[in-house]
Design a protein around this ligand. Structure first.
Ligand code: PLP
Length: 420
């Protein structure tokens, strides 16, 4: 479809792609650089979404593009389980060093966040010889049968897709639960001796950018370990510098048994990993973990370049600076617009909670209007939250000041409209 318009492509999509796949925007993107997307008709968009948290370092970083090109010319695929290659080993070594925990670690590669979570559960069950996993209200872990079961929100993620997997138990998150509640949970819902792992997003993503209290994970991990339960930190959205630390769980100073990472790890190449304590990662029999594309050479080359970019281009500092700017602006909006009830998040992972000014109920319709206003005015914005009333920022760390100001001006104009 040479020179096809957005409308032509929309018609093609309706005809050939399942209606089960929806789009936030109707603009078909042709190219992207930094924080700017350009569609097939030449329209430009400032990216406040990062392809849902994937392009933290920005689109088209030349070091990553060069690494992908060079690797594609040399070797695209062998299947690591058949013929291994160096880049996967080098990346595993770097991830083992980067992840929190002063103990021997090992990694396993796969293709998507959901697959990483599935594998973390497989490994935890194998190691503990226990069946159950505990997850949280507002959790999002993916769309495969097990991770969909672990995910909290019914529509759109679970509706019509049951039956769900057994042995998944859900408890309240954050403020709503201290250590005592978890003990109570073991009395009322599942006995601790049956639980292989507690799996948490340290800052919840799709569920609404929810940050638990300062001592939360210290308490949680202690109860887990007192009961022989593994603690898994799902860093698929909160990791790779988004909260200002490489992995969000570092804000709590605790060391998870296993960590899942994906999204910004390879800046758009499909790659995910489980990284954790060597004694746990090694328990599985040879051949028990794998996958045709797991740790693909081009994806590994991209991830190695991405990690270089984090170091050489100070990505964590950029995330913190961006977060400070966003936080200050959002505080000003909170004072000015009654619809903005709260601001939550860490680093540059920040959400704005929007509520109905009369009733105090979640303002889902208004949030949708705001997202549409942003798209219509050249800003790719995303909502999230169990009640669909959170505007989230997943802005590339490399956004220019001018782009950021332009994007925020559009967003503020939209908030002023829905606040009226
Ligand atoms: C915390 C978390 N876990 C898991 C996933 C699933 O990742 P994927 O979409 O790559 O399967 C996501 C995706 O948004 C996520 O945010």
């Amino acid at each position: 479809m040479a020179n096809a318009t957005n409308q032509d492509l929309g018609a093609g999509k309706s005809k050939y792609i399942s209606d089960g796949v929806s789009n936030v925007s109707l603009n078909y993107i042709e190219s992207a650089k930094g924080a700017l997307l350009t569609d097939v008709e030449g329209n430009e968009f400032i990216d406040f979404a990062c392809g849902i948290g994937v392009m933290n370092i920005g689109h088209g970083n030349p070091k990553v593009v060069d690494a992908i090109k060079a690797q594609a010319e040399k070797l695209v695929h062998t299947c690591f389980m058949v013929n291994p290659y160096a880049s996967a080993v080098a990346l595993a070594e770097r991830l083992c060093r980067l992840t929190p925990g002063d103990f021997a670690k090992k990694a396993f590669f796969c293709n998507s966040g959901a697959e990483a979570v599935e594998n973390a559960v497989k490994i935890a069950r194998y190691y503990t010889k226990r069946p159950a996993v505990v997850v949280f209200d507002n959790a999002y872990h993916g769309r495969t049968q097990l991770t969909m079961t672990m995910t909290s929100k019914i529509k759109p993620y679970k509706f019509g897709f049951g039956p769900f997997c057994p042995e998944v138990y859900r408890m309240p998150f954050g403020d709503e639960v201290g250590a005592d509640k978890l003990k109570d949970f073991f009395i009322k819902n599942v006995n601790a001796e049956a639980v292989a792992a507690v799996i948490a997003e340290p800052v919840q993503g799709e569920g609404g950018f929810i940050v638990p209290p300062d001592d939360y994970f210290q308490e949680l991990i202690k109860i887990c370990h007192d009961n022989g339960i593994l603690f898994v930190s799902d860093e698929i959205q909160s990791g790779m510098g988004r909260t200002g630390k490489m992995f969000a769980i570092e804000h709590w100073g605790v060391e998870p048994d296993l960590i899942t990472t994906a999204k910004s790890l390879a800046a758009g190449m499909p790659l995910a990993a489980v990284v954790g304590k060597a004694e746990i990662m090694d328990v599985v029999h040879p051949g028990g973990l794998g996958g045709t594309y797991s740790g693909n050479p081009v994806a590994c080359a991209a991830a190695l370049a991405v990690l270089d970019v984090y170091e050489e281009e100070n990505m964590l500092e950029k995330s913190v600076a961006l977060g400070n700017k966003l936080w200050a602006r959002f505080e000003a909006w909170q004072k000015k617009y009654a619809i903005v009830k709260s601001i939550r998040g860490k680093g540059s992972m920040i959400g704005l909670e929007l509520v109905n000014t009369q009733t105090g109920d979640p303002a889902a319709d208004e949030t949708l209007k705001l997202v549409k206003h942003c798209h219509a005015n050249g800003v790719v914005a995303l909502s999230c939250g169990t009640y669909g009333n959170i505007i989230r920022t997943l802005v590339p760390f490399v956004i220019t000041n001018e782009q950021l100001e332009k994007g925020l001006a559009v967003m503020e104009a939209g908030i002023a409209k829905i606040d009226a």
